[in-house]
Design a protein. Sequence first.
Length: 138
Amino acid sequence: MRIRFLFQRHGRQRGFSLLEVLVALAILGVAILLAMALVLQNPRIVRRTDAERQAFRAMESSLEAVRAGVIPLQTSTLDGFVTIVGTPAPKDLSIEMEVVPTELPGLFDVSLAASYRIEQRTHVKRLRTMVWSPPSGP
């Protein structure tokens, strides 16, 4: 008899009250809104990540071209890149290359700064390295 008394609710019916259901629906609604914001933001994140990856590929290929002697080792602006075979880089991608000689002969401090626009915002990525170029002989 005592066990039966523990499971009874003194005249109340079993189930959820209207207030409990409204609170649960409010929590569910907030969770759905947060998930929708994340889903709607995903394409912007993908575009920004792709543009950043293309900028770094353009800087890497430019640096390799400098090391190979295809691009002269001098301060200049570079543009018109193809970062993936057959896929042009963003039209507004440009790279500023600054070359500063160091104290050691033939060693140069090279700084690359890639700038591009995504959704009306300008982004700049930087890369700095040292490049050795043999001095011109007599």
